[in-house]
Design a protein around this ligand. Structure first.
Ligand SMILES: Nc1ncnc2c1ncn2[C@@H]1O[C@H](COP(=O)(O)OP(=O)(O)OP(=O)(O)O)[C@@H](O)[C@H]1O
Ligand SMILES: [Mg+2]
Length: 229
């Protein structure tokens, strides 16, 4: 992926397995958000291709509807919590009854039951992030892309979000790709890890293998927190 003169992602070759929690880690500016945006078709690569279940994505109708991206800084509409969460269902033309049921389930999962009528902009930071999470999962995506879902949260809300991630995977078998700076979080919830440095995916391995025996000096430095970012 090239922006102007800058090559932001270089020859990435990565397979995400169904139902896994894959953590994409790397210093600030290494290309994590750009990579998630590519997967969600917000950006188009100059070369290469994306496959979904072994099929070239250009041949699959409605693939975007099967994925969901939780943005690094989610936008909050100046409406109720219910309206914010219902958004993705409304644009899909879902009937009112189903919307009510799905929104209520999503709010329950993120621990915000009963706050549907509150103005979203009056939520606390942690609640707002959980609302954004509910909005991302309300239409049962098969693939959930999470861009730093716990950045700027206090430890209690970090734990809540991590519990939600684990629960979604367990109950819905959602495939989860998580971009994060938070190395302890990777240890807590990831199955596999990819290390992205300067747009290069330098190492991909299971969590246990990568922490025990990083195959690259830069991975080791990053995982130990010795790399400045
Ligand atoms: N639309 C764009 N135009 C020009 N440059 C861009 C654009 N989007 C991203 N970049 C650049 O690409 C690089 C990677 O950005 P990206 O947001 O993907 O990094 P990141 O790994 O998500 O960083 P962070 O951890 O800070 O969120 C940065 O140098 C950024 O300035
Ligand atoms: Mg980012």
């Amino acid at each position: 992926m090239v922006f102007g003169e800058k090559e932001v992602l270089k020859d990435i070759n990565l397979q995400i397995m169904r139902g896994e929690i894959f953590a994409l880690v790397g210093p600030s500016g290494s290309g994590k958000t750009t990579f998630l945006r590519l997967l969600n078709f917000f950006e188009r690569p100059e070369k290469g291709n994306l496959e979904f279940n072994g099929m070239e994505t250009s041949g699959i109708i409605n693939i975007r509807r099967r994925m969901s991206l939780l943005f690094q800084t989610p936008a909050i509409f100046n409406k109720s919590v219910f309206e914010n969460v219902a958004y993705g269902l409304k644009v899909r033309g879902i009937d009112k009854k189903t919307i009510e049921k799905k929104v209520s389930e999503a709010l329950d999962i993120v621990g915000l039951s009963g706050l549907g009528n509150q103005k979203a902009r009056t939520l606390s930071g942690g609640e707002a992030q959980r609302m954004a999470f509910a909005r991302a999962i309300v239409y049962d995506p098969e693939i959930l892309l999470l861009d730093e879902p716990t950045a700027n949260l206090d430890p209690a809300n970090v734990m809540k979000i991590e519990e939600i991630i684990k629960r979604i995977r367990k109950e819905r078998e959602t495939t989860i790709l998580l971009a994060t700076h938070n190395i302890p979080q990777v240890r807590r919830i990831a199955d596999r890890v990819g290390i992205l440095i300067n747009g290069e995916l330098i190492e991909v391995n299971t969590k246990n293998a990568i922490f025990k025996n990083p195959g690259d000096n830069r991975s080791e430095a990053f995982l130990k927190g010795e790399m400045i970012y």
